[in-house]
Design a protein around this ligand. Structure first.
Ligand code: NIG
Ligand code: FE
Length: 419
């Protein structure tokens, strides 16, 4: 069938294909996926239909109507999958950033009624149109970094009406521009201010009033923040069990600031991802990998300890050595990481967590897709997958983590369309 788009002369085609297709890349497989030197990738409309070494290109399928992009010997790879963001919020916390620079900690600020709760006040006060406009602005920024699929959590409403509005804004934002948006319900971010000191009552309210109004087909995941000042392991377990019974996939923010055991608890319930994990030990990671049979993904967020000045980074190297699949994300949000630069997160994962360039690339593509249940659609270059493709400005995989802080993206393709 005649190609509608052909990208030729790819110096390195990072396919991410190679290992078994029924689980995320783990252990050595996170490193050893297929790179095609001097390759091409061909698409028909929205889909990839063929790829391989340039000498195998079927010229008969290239017609005058084919859009031909010459990669000029550069790296070509799947669009980035950003698997953990708090996209929709009002206001910002630049003021608190000053307090942090003067030595206050994240949990001090939260306990004094600031932090997440100050964004909740700003979000409740914002109109739906304002929230949508800022979400679209941030999505545009992500797209320029080469993000083609993005997870967006609610969690700054903390009451029924506002939480539902945040989910709707995320869905709307997904329809208004080309980046695919996957919404997650994080009503259980911290107890709403009306439920101060009564976390379980708050969770019960979410289970009775809010979850029944969401459908797993549209909002595939329910998430909770398990931490001092947020929800305990026991309360989180109860809540995630209720969510699972309603058909939602599970995620957790855990082991961010303390080792409470939230990651292991969530993995036992079959969580799709366990996020942060800066305090997760290699021994617990090994148990999770075994028990989940490599299906639970650890989503590492290295820009958060950097921005919070915690300087404790998840032992990503050990996680991979223990066969726990690893993804990387920014955690974009107004408090603990206002950056959309997923490349910088990838670079920090190499520098501070010991990932290799190949492992880190897998962590922002195929494993990130697994972390949000999108692995059938994106995360690798394979026939049948969506044509979400990047042409980078570097000639080799090794240069991706090298140009610290730069955006290496030269061309973004989403669903077969040049952006
Ligand atoms: O993933 N850790 C909890 N939630 C967010 C931060 C939210 C905020 O500070 O506004 C996170 O880091
Ligand atoms: Fe987060």
């Amino acid at each position: 069938m005649a190609y509608t788009l052909l990208i030729r002369n790819c110096g390195q085609l990072l396919t991410l294909a190679g290992a078994s297709a029924d689980r995320p890349l783990a252990g050595a497989a996170q490193q050893h996926w297929r790179v095609i030197p001097n390759g091409y990738v061909a698409c028909v409309q929205e889909q990839i239909v063929a790829l391989g070494p340039m000498p195998e290109l079927d010229e008969a399928e290239v017609t005058p109507a084919t859009v031909v992009l010459d990669a000029g010997g550069r790296v070509v790879m799947p669009g980035l999958v950003e698997c953990h963001t708090h996209l929709v919020f009002g206001g910002n916390r630049a003021g608190e950033f000053q307090r942090k620079l003067q030595g206050e900690t994240y949990l001090d600020i939260l306990a004094s009624g600031g932090g997440i709760l100050s964004t909740v006040r700003a979000t409740r006060a914002a109109s739906e149109a304002e929230l949508l406009a800022t979400a679209l602005h941030h999505l545009e920024g992500f797209r320029r970094y080469g993000v083609t699929t993005l997870e967006a959590k609610s969690g700054y409403g903390l009451n029924t009406e506002t939480e539902l509005r945040l989910v709707q804004v995320a869905q709307q934002a997904g329809r208004r521009q080309p980046v695919r948006v996957v919404p997650t319900f994080l009503g259980a971010h911290v107890p709403g201010p009306e439920f101060k000191g009564r976390p379980l009552d708050y969770l019960q309210m979410l289970v009775e009033e809010v979850l029944p109004r969401l459908s797993p087909a549209q909002v595939p995941f329910v998430d909770i923040f398990c931490e001092e000042g947020a929800f305990s392991v026991d309360d989180s377990r109860w809540y995630l069990e209720q969510a699972r019974a309603l058909g939602f996939g599970l995620k957790i923010h855990a082991e961010q600031l303390h080792d409470l055991g939230g990651c292991e608890m969530a993995a036992q319930l079959g969580a799709t991802s366990i996020d942060h994990a800066d305090y997760l030990t290699p021994a617990a990671a090994a148990r999770i990998a075994r028990q989940s049979q490599g299906r639970t993904v650890a989503v590492l967020l290295p820009l958060v300890p950097l921005f919070l000045r915690q300087e404790r980074y998840a032992p990503g190297r050990a996680f991979i050595d223990e066969n726990l699949p690893v993804a990387i994300s920014t955690d974009f949000n107004p408090g603990s990481c206002p950056s959309k630069n997923l490349w910088l997160a990838l670079q920090m994962a190499c520098l501070k967590m010991g990932l290799t360039p190949a492992e880190a690339v897998a962590a922002v593509t195929l494993n990130a897709a697994w972390a949000i249940g999108q692995q059938q659609h994106c995360g690798s270059l394979e026939p049948g997958k969506r044509a979400d493709i990047l042409v980078l400005d570097v000639p080799t995989l090794e240069e991706i983590p090298y140009w610290l802080g730069e955006n290496p993206v030269r061309q973004v393709v989403i669903g077969g369309q040049l952006m």
